[in-house]
Design a protein around this ligand. Structure first.
Ligand code: C5P
Length: 405
């Protein structure tokens, strides 16, 4: 239901429209946003004007539409820097592949990209493009980069496209965009004032100066949780093994390589922590000795002498003044049984279990499905979703739990 009460102050939103066919839906989007009590100002890129008229947008938004960086009249009324400072949110819908790429590189070649660069407002994008352009690895890399910077990405949806192709790349419908914007703007800072330490990624255990033991953890889940916790108002430290993900915005990143380094960093970071989330795939064993020189392949067989790594999660849970402790369990069989055993053995408050025998889920993929089990025997299934979405659900779940803690 639209919330049209005027008791709350209006949330100020710049709707940036870039040049895709979905721009014709924007007058409807403006109406949907206004129904939800947003104060909307529209900024058009030059190519967006090919698809939607400024007049229609002015009529529905009730405000002049901003089109040129150096329009004297507009600058006199509300200059572009003033507009950048005015906004609580900047929503780009539709966001073309070109505009997405410009955002990644901080270009400022039109009014919209200039405003974004000059603004502290939270950025939300609703991509819309041909399915092949969406699937292109440059676009995917750009989107991942934006997400890692805390940009919310809405959609895109799948279906028939204006060009006749079928696939992912349609802008999600105006009503959905407006509902998601409302949810984002009403999101409570459920972890405000809390300190959260998260481990993420793999650890890398050196055998000699060239070889190592490691695993396929991408770090995506841990980084998504760090972003979700930061957005929920927490003060976040992310202790991460080597990954290919940009550091999340406003999070303290402590980069480590080996399990021993991760353990030392956690010992340092976890004093006075409210929540500890062990998401890293810590190598269970490490070589007893690291060869100083590259080992030569002189023998037909060779064996490595390994020793157990410290269990970082169990160590945190053992501390007298312990935080709320959350672990992960990646299992290929008997998911609930093995995860419950881990929860009890490591004395955790909550464990997030995922079945790694499911194709395209868990390790190194974008999606996951998690079974949350807590120490009181409660269970919650978080159905298959993007790791970004699951991260938000996990943070909300933890926030609910610690309020009873
Ligand atoms: O025992 P297992 O490795 O399956 O447990 C997984 C959980 O324990 C994860 O949360 C992982 O981050 C954590 N862990 C750890 N230190 C280890 C091994 C696992 O913190 N040495």
């Amino acid at each position: 239901m639209p919330n049209n009460t005027n008791s709350k102050p209006q949330v100020k939103i710049i709707l940036g429209i870039s040049g895709g066919i979905a721009a014709y839906k924007c007058p409807d989007l403006v109406r949907r946003l206004k129904e939800r009590n947003f104060d909307v100002r529209v900024v058009l890129t030059p190519s967006a004007e090919e698809f939607v008229t400024p007049m229609a947008l002015q009529a529905v938004s009730g405000n002049p539409v901003h089109r040129e960086t150096f329009d004297e009249q507009m600058e006199a009324a509300m200059g572009h820097i003033e507009l950048a400072k005015w906004a609580d949110y900047i929503l780009i819908a539709p966001a073309t592949a070109n505009t997405v790429a410009k955002l990644v590189h901080g270009q400022a070649d039109n009014l919209l990209t200039t405003i974004i660069l000059a603004s502290q407002a939270d950025l939300v994008v609703a991509p819309a493009m041909n399915q092949q352009m969406w699937a292109n690895q440059n676009t995917q890399r750009n989107i991942a980069e934006l997400m890692s910077k805390g940009v919310e990405v809405l959609g895109p949806a799948s279906g028939e496209q204006a060009c006749g192709d079928v696939g992912q790349g349609r802008m999600i419908e105006p009503l959905d965009v407006a509902q998601r914007m409302q949810a984002i703007s009403e999101q409570e800072k459920v972890l405000k004032g809390k300190k959260v330490v998260i481990t993420a990624g793999p650890t890398v255990e050196a055998i000699d100066p060239v070889r190592y033991i490691s695993n396929h953890s991408s770090g995506k889940m841990g980084y998504a949780i760090a972003r979700a916790a930061q957005k929920a108002g927490a003060n976040v430290s992310l202790v991460s093994g080597p990954v290919n993900i940009a550091a999340p915005k406003d999070v303290k990143l402590v980069s480590v390589v080996s399990a021993a380094e991760m353990f030392a960093a956690v010992q340092q970071e976890s004093t006075d922590t409210d929540i500890f989330i062990g998401c890293a795939a810590v190598a269970d064993y490490t070589p007893v000795d690291v060869a100083k020189q590259k080992i030569k392949k002189n023998e037909e067989t060779m064996s490595l002498n390994l020793k157990r790594n410290p269990d970082i999660l169990a160590w945190v849970a053992k501390q007298a003044k312990r935080p709320y402790v959350v672990g992960f369990a990646a299992e290929s069989q008997k998911l609930k049984g093995f995860a419950t055993r881990k929860l009890e053995k490591k004395k955790l408050d909550l464990i997030c279990a995922n079945d790694i025998s499911c194709e395209n889920l868990g390790f190194n993929s974008d999606d996951n499905q998690l079974l949350l089990l807590d120490k009181n025997g409660n269970e919650n299934l978080l159905p298959i979703a993007a790791k970004e979405i699951l991260a938000g659900q996990i943070i909300q779940h933890i926030a609910n739990k610690i309020s009873e803690y």
